[in-house]
Structures are given as C-alpha cells and as structure tokens.
Write a protein that binds this ligand. Structure first.
Ligand SMILES: CC(C)(COP(=O)(O)OP(=O)(O)OC[C@H]1O[C@@H](n2cnc3c(N)ncnc32)[C@H](O)[C@@H]1OP(=O)(O)O)[C@@H](O)C(=O)NCCC(=O)NCCS
Length: 175
C-alpha cells in the first residue's frame, strides 16, 4: 500500500539530511514534556543522529517524518505488539511547536490510522496520554479513539507523577 497523504503535509521515511530540522523542532521543552524519556530535553544533535540511525526506535516501514512546506517538522509511528498482542500496536506522534493548533495532527491521524491498521493487519491501535496533555487526548477523540481508562501515577516525568489515559481504536472485527 502506498504511503498515506493529506492536506498540508507529506508523510515519508526519515532521511539523514533531516538532522537540522529534527533538532530544531525536537529541542523544545513544550514538545518533550508529553513524550517518553526516549525523546529527551535538551534534544541534541547526537540524539538526532542516533534517532536517524534507527538506534532509538525501529525506523520500520510505518515510521514517518511529517513534512510541512518541505521540512520535517514532526513524526508519527507505531510499535507493534508481539505474541498474543501481535494484533495490536501502540501509536506515537509529535509536532514541532510552530505547527501546533492548526488541525495538522488531526489530519495526519485521519490519513495514517486507517492506513496503518489496514496495512499492518491490526485490529487494535492504542495510545497512552499523560494526564496534562489535553491536546493529544482531544486529537485522539477526534480521530475515532475511545478512552478506556486511566493508569494512576504510572509515569514519573521530571520528578512528578502523572496518570496515563489509555485510548484505543478498534477496527470493528474485534469489538
Ligand atoms: C499533541 C499534538 C500532536 C497536537 O497536534 P496539533 O496539530 O496541535 O493538534 P490539532 O490542532 O489537530 O488538535 C488539537 C486539539 O486540541 C485542542 N487543545 C489544544 N490545547 C488544548 C488545551 N490546553 N485544552 C483544551 N483543548 C486543547 C485544540 O483546540 C484542538 O481541538 P479542536 O479541534 O476540537 O479545537 C501536539 O501538541 C504535539 O506534538 N505535542 C507534543 C508531543 C505530544 O504530546 N505527542 C503526543 C504524545 S501522547
């Protein structure tokens, strides 16, 4: 299946020449505070090089840069489950701060989610959102995800405990 596209963005594989744009957008406390510690702050060129070399996440066929106006300004991908969880995957995404608030991630998910569920044969896609990350929860709800519950004090982010809100979208064969 060809890579999904939508209005105002291009999804494509990460490239080594994305390093400058990656560091420019990723090195931002606003961006990293809702993400796992694998996405650090400060985000250095060394962090970017290790990411682009596939040493941080598996840059498989479903992990894309989100390109806007010719520049990689964010990313989206999944981590597939294994064994008895191989029908499902965990979704992750981020955008540089300058791209927020324009409906961009909602449009990206509208293109990406059906594509990745179909091409990967997944019946369940889930996402975990830190309690303070209202924008991400809103994007998921707008994208057909249902809130399933809350993992209390599940994450220690910079010395503060946070609940994780669990969202999932099922493809219908499963429910
Ligand atoms: C989460 C993120 C991807 C959202 O991207 P985006 O392109 O700005 O999202 P959209 O514009 O499509 O939608 C955002 C929605 O959240 C709402 N929102 C944003 N901040 C909000 C707030 N503080 N309170 C309530 N709603 C808020 C917006 O109004 C919008 O909803 P609406 O269309 O109903 O008005 C972006 O903020 C980001 O990259 N954050 C850092 C990384 C991250 O947290 N990733 C997700 C980890 S689970």
């Amino acid at each position: 299946m060809s890579v999904p596209q939508g209005e105002g963005f291009v999804l494509r594989a990460w490239r080594s020449d994305d390093l400058d744009a990656l560091v420019q957008h990723a090195n931002d406390e606003h961006v990293s505070r809702g993400l796992s510690d694998r996405f650090p702050f400060p985000y250095t060129r060394d962090d970017g090089q290790r990411f682009l070399a596939g040493q941080v996440v598996d840059l498989g066929a479903s992990v894309f840069a989100i390109e806007v106006a010719g520049q990689a300004c964010g990313g989206i991908g999944i981590r597939p489950g294994h064994g008895e969880r191989s029908h499902g995957a965990e979704l992750g995404y981020w955008l540089g701060h300058s791209c927020w608030g324009q409906g961009l991630m909602t449009r990206v998910l509208a293109a990406y989610v059906p594509w990745v569920m179909h091409s990967g044969g997944f019946t369940r896609l889930q996402a975990s959102v830190m309690d303070a990350n209202v924008a991400s929860a809103r994007v998921l709800l707008k994208s057909g995800f249902v809130e399933e519950g809350r993992l209390h004090a599940a994450v220690n982010k910079r010395g503060q405990l946070h609940d994780l809100r669990l969202f999932a979208r099922l493809d219908g064969r499963q429910s």
